[in-house]
Write a protein that binds this ligand. Structure first.
Ligand code: ZN
Ligand code: ZN
Ligand code: FE
Length: 755
C-alpha cells in the first residue's frame, strides 16, 4: 500500500451557497479520500488525505467540474503532515469570522426545479418559491455573511421535516440550499386590492385573469416590484403609461421563451444565450417586421425583452398555457406577452417593501401579487445590448470585477444620472446595483442605503472616498460625511479609468470619452474628450469643438435648441425661426447673439441632439438620450453609408463637425442623413485618435461614456481603429455610461493613494 499524503486546500471566490461543499464531498468519496470540507470567512477549506494519485486527481478536477454557480478565483494547496486517525470524508459546520467571501447573485430557477414546478405529483407542484442549490435568490435575501439561512430573510420560515431531510443530505440537490422551502413550510403568495384586502382564491389564476382583463398588477419579484400588464392590450399599456407618467420611454416585455419572440424581434445566437442565461437580463433586440405591440416601445428600433426568472413568473405563463403537465410546453411559442417594468413612480428607486408598495403604487396598480418573504436588498433588472451593459444589477450584483492591482479600500460614489456606487477590497471591485437619478429624495436615500449595505455585507471600511468634481451632486456632497480622505475624479477621466480597470490596463492609454455631460477642470461642461490617461494622471489632448447650449441644462432636454445653436455657429441663425415654427426661434436667436445663458459645451451628446433636431427627429425629448436613440434607429433602418468627404476638420487638435452639420441641414432624406452622421462621426473620431496615438506612441484606445451605447458608432469606430493597428478597449463588465462611472472613480482613487 502506498503511503497516504495530506493536503490542506484553500478555495477562494464565490464558492459559498452554490453547492460547493457537497460537490467536494461527492468527489472525495468517489476517490476514496479521507478528510473534510467546510465554509469559513475566506471561502472554502478542504482537508484531503489518501492515496497520492487520488489526491492529485481531485485537485485536477476541482475547478473543472465545479457547480454551475461557483466562481473560483484561486485554489491553493499546502502539504501538511498526515494523520493516522483520519476518518471518512465529512462536511463540517461553517466557521464564523470576518466576512471575506462574497454572496452570489440571484439567478433564475433551474431546469430541475422547473420539472418539479410543473409536475402535478410533485410536492412542489405550482409552488412559487421552489429553488435549490443551483438556483434562486441570494443577494437580495442576504443580510450578512457568511451566507447561512439565519442571515437571510428565510430565517423566519422553519423547514418542515421533508425539507430539512433534503437540506441535511449531502447527496441531495438541496443540501444546504438556504432558501429551501415547500408549500408546507415556506413563503406564500397572496393577491390583494390596493387597500391590502385579499382577493380571489388562487393568486396565480386570479392574477392572470386580471391581466387578461386589462388590469395593471404590481408583482413582487426578486429585487423589487414590477408593474405588469398585457403587452398585447394597447389600452392597458396606455393606462400604465398615463398612471406611471411615462410618456414614451420603452417598456420591457416578458415572454415565455425565445420562440415566443418570433415576429416581435430578431434574436441572434448571442442574444439567445443572454436571454436564456441564469442572470436573465433584459436584452435589447432589433424589432421584428411583425412588431405590433402598440405603445410598448414607440419610435425606437429596439425592444427590451426578457424571459421569466422566478418560479412565480413562470407560473403566470403556465397558467396562460392551460396548466400543462411537464415542461414540453416551454419549447413551444406562447402568445402571452407581459409588460414588465420596474415599479417606481417616475425616476425614483424600485419599490422594495410591501408597505412602500401600497403607498407608492396604490394609484398605479389595480392589484398586488405579493408574498411574505422580505426583499432585503433592492436590485433592478439588468439591461444589456449585445454584450454591453446598459444597466448592471440583478444577476450580476455582486459579481467581482478584478482590478489590475490591489490597494486601499475605496468607496466611489458615482455621478448624478444612473447612479451606482463601487467599493473595493484588495483587488476586488464590487459595483452596486443601479440606484437611479439623484434628482429626488428617495434616490438619495437609496444611495446611502446602498453604500451602507455594500460596506456591511462585504465588511469593507473605506480608506478613501472618491467622487465626481461637480460640487452640487448629492453623491459629491455625501463624500465628505464619511470621514476618510476624499478625492475628486474628473468625470471623463473616470469613464476611461472604468474601461482600464476591467481590461487590466496599468500603463498609458488614449481615451475617447463621449457622453452627455460632465464637469471639466475648467468649470465648463465637457463631453467629447480625447484624453491621455496613465493611472491617476491624465491630460486633455483635445475635445469636440464647443457649441453654445442655449438655456444650459434645458438644451439637453430640447434638441431643437442645439440645432439652433449649430445653425447659428454656421452663420445661418436667420433660418432658426422658420425651421422651428412651434418654438421661440427668435428668442433663442437673440440669446445666441448676445451670448446670454449659452454656456459652451464640448458634449458629444449635444452634437447628436443638434443632428436630431435638424433632421426633425425630435424637437423636445421625453427622456434622457431619446433623440440619439431615435437618430440611431433612423440610421439603422437606412443601412450603412460612406462617411462624408470633408465632413470634419481639426483645429489645434480639436475636432469640428460643423461641415457635417451643414450637410445635414440641407438634406432631404433624414434616413440617409442620420446614417451619414454616424459614419462621418466614426471616421472623424478614428482619424483623430490615430493621429494622437502616433504622436503619443500609445496603441490602446479606451472607449468610455454613454454615447458608446450607440452600436453603429461603436462598431464602426472599433473596426476603423482595429484596421489601423490600434487596440480599442470597450466597456464589457460595467455600463460605458454613468452607471459604470463609480468603477473608474474607484480605480483612480486606489491608484492615487498608491502613487
Ligand atoms: Zn433549482
Ligand atoms: Zn417544507
Ligand atoms: Fe458621463
Amino acid at each position: 500500500m502506498t503511503l497516504a499524503v495530506r493536503r490542506r486546500v484553500r478555495v477562494r471566490g464565490a464558492v459559498q451557497g452554490v453547492g460547493f461543499r457537497p460537490y467536494v464531498y461527492r468527489l472525495a468519496r468517489e476517490l476514496e479520500l479521507a478528510g473534510w470540507v467546510r465554509n469559513d470567512a475566506e471561502g472554502v477549506e478542504i482537508d484531503l488525505q489518501g492515496e497520492p494519485r487520488a489526491v492529485e486527481r481531485l485537485l485536477a478536477r476541482l475547478e473543472r467540474e465545479a457547480p454551475p454557480l461557483a466562481r473560483i478565483r484561486a485554489v491553493e494547496a499546502a502539504e501538511v503532515e498526515s494523520d493516522a486517525r483520519a476518518q471518512a470524508f465529512a462536511i463540517l459546520e461553517s466557521r464564523a469570522g470576518a466576512a471575506r467571501t462574497t454572496v452570489t447573485p440571484d439567478v433564475a430557477v433551474c431546469e430541475a426545479c422547473l420539472e418539479e414546478l410543473f409536475e402535478p405529483r410533485d410536492r412542489r407542484y405550482r409552488y412559487a418559491f421552489v429553488n435549490c442549490t443551483h438556483c434562486g435568490p441570494r443577494y437580495t435575501i442576504t443580510r450578512a455573511l457568511p451566507y447561512d439561512r439565519p442571515q437571510t430573510s428565510m430565517a423566519g420560515f422553519r423547514q418542515c421535516p421533508a425539507c430539512l431531510a433534503e437540506y441535511e443530505n449531502p447527496a441531495d440537490r438541496r443540501f444546504h440550499a438556504q432558501p429551501n422551502a415547500c408549500p408546507t413550510c415556506g413563503p406564500r403568495l397572496s393577491l390583494t386590492d390596493p387597500l391590502g384586502v385579499s382577493v380571489g382564491h388562487d393568486p396565480v389564476a386570479e392574477s392572470l385573469a386580471r391581466l387578461r382583463a386589462g388590469e395593471i398588477l404590481a408583482i413582487k419579484g426578486l429585487g423589487g416590484y414590477h408593474l405588469a400588464c398585457d403587452a398585447r392590450n394597447a389600452a392597458a399599456v396606455a393606462r400604465l403609461r398615463a398612471r406611471k407618467q411615462r410618456e414614451e420611454k420603452p417598456f420591457a416585455v416578458m415572454v415565455a421563451n425565445c420562440e415566443s419572440l418570433a415576429g416581435l424581434a430578431s434574436v441572434s445566437g448571442e442574444e439567445r444565450s443572454l436571454l436564456e442565461s441564469p442572470e436573465r437580463p433584459v436584452v435589447l433586440l432589433d424589432k421584428g417586421a411583425g412588431f405590433e405591440l402598440a405603445g410598448v416601445a414607440p419610435g425606437v428600433a429596439s425592444l427590451g425583452a426578457m424571459l421569466p426568472c422566478t418560479p412565480l413568473q413562470y407560473l403566470l405563463f403556465h397558467e396562460a398555457a392551460g396548466r400543462p403537465a411537464g415542461t414540453a410546453w416551454l419549447a413551444e411559442p406562447q402568445p402571452l406577452a407581459l409588460v414588465m417594468t420596474s415599479a417606481n413612480p417616475r425616476g425614483e428607486p424600485i419599490v422594495r417593501g410591501d408597505a412602500e408598495a401600497y403607498a407608492r403604487l396604490g394609484q398605479i396598480a389595480d392589484a398586488f401579487l405579493l408574498h411574505d418573504r422580505e426583499i432585503v436588498a433592492r436590485c433592478d433588472d439588468s439591461v444589456l445590448r449585445a454584450g454591453s451593459f446598459v444597466r448592471r444589477a440583478r444577476g450580476y450584483t455582486p459579481q467581482v470585477i478584478e482590478l489590475p492591482a490591489e490597494g486601499p479600500s475605496v468607496l466611489a460614489l458615482g455621478g448624478y444620472l444612473k447612479n451606482a456606487v463601487c467599493v473595493t477590497r484588495g483587488r476586488e471591485a464590487f459595483l452596486s446595483p443601479h440606484v437611479g437619478d439623484l434628482d429626488n429624495a428617495a434616490a438619495c436615500r437609496a444611495l446611502e442605503e446602498t453604500v451602507a449595505r455594500l460596506c456591511d455585507l462585504l465588511a469593507i471600511e473605506p480608506e478613501v472616498v472618491a467622487h465626481d468634481l461637480h460640487p452640487d451632486f448629492y453623491s459629491t456632497r455625501l463624500a465628505e460625511t464619511f470621514g476618510p480622505p476624499t478625492i475628486g475624479v474628473q468625470h471623463h477621466h473616470a469613464h476611461i479609468a472604468a474601461v482600464c480597470a476591467e481590461h487590466g490596463v496599468t500603463g498609458p492609454v488614449l481615451g475617447l470619452a463621449l457622453d452627455g455631460v460632465g464637469l471639466g477642470t475648467d468649470g465648463k461642461m465637457w463631453g467629447g474628450e480625447l484624453l491621455y490617461v496613465d493611472g491617476a494622471k491624465w491630460n486633455r489632448i483635445g475635445h469636440l469643438a464647443p457649441l453654445p447650449a442655449p438655456g444650459g441644462e434645458r438644451a439637453a432636454r430640447e434638441p431643437w435648441r442645439m440645432a439652433a445653436a449649430a445653425l447659428f455657429a454656421l452663420g445661418r441663425g436667420g433660418e432658426i425661426a422658420a425651421r422651428f415654427p412651434q418654438r421661440n426661434g427668435n428668442g433663442i436667436c437673440a440669446m445666441l447673439e448676445r451670448g446670454t445663458a449659452c454656456p459652451p459645451t464640448t458634449s458629444a451628446g449635444r452634437w447628436f441632439d443638434a443632428a436630431a433636431g435638424l433632421l426633425g427627429v425630435r424637437e423636445v425629448a421625453s427622456f434622457e438620450g431619446q433623440a440619439a436613440m431615435l437618430l440611431e434607429g433612423l440610421a439603422r433602418r437606412h443601412g450603412a453609408v460612406e462617411p462624408l468627404d470633408g465632413g470634419f476638420d481639426y483645429q489645434d487638435g480639436n475636432l469640428d463637425l460643423l461641415p457635417l452639420i451643414a450637410t445635414l441641414a440641407d438634406a432631404h432624406d433624414s434616413g440617409w442623413a442620420a446614417a451619414v452622421f454616424h459614419a462621418t462621426l466614426a471616421e472623424a473620431l478614428a482619424q483623430w485618435a490615430q493621429a494622437a496615438a502616433e504622436k503619443e506612441g500609445v496603441a490602446r484606445v479606451a472607449l468610455g461614456g454613454g454615447c458608446f451605447q450607440n452600436r453603429i458608432l461603436s462598431d464602426r469606430l472599433i473596426s476603423r481603429l482595429t484596421a489601423v493597428g490600434l487596440q480599442p478597449l470597450q466597456a464589457r463588465l460595467a455600463p460605458p455610461g454613468d452607471g459604470g462611472l463609480a468603477l473608474g472613480q474607484a480605480w483612480v482613487g486606489l491608484q492615487a493613494r498608491e502613487g
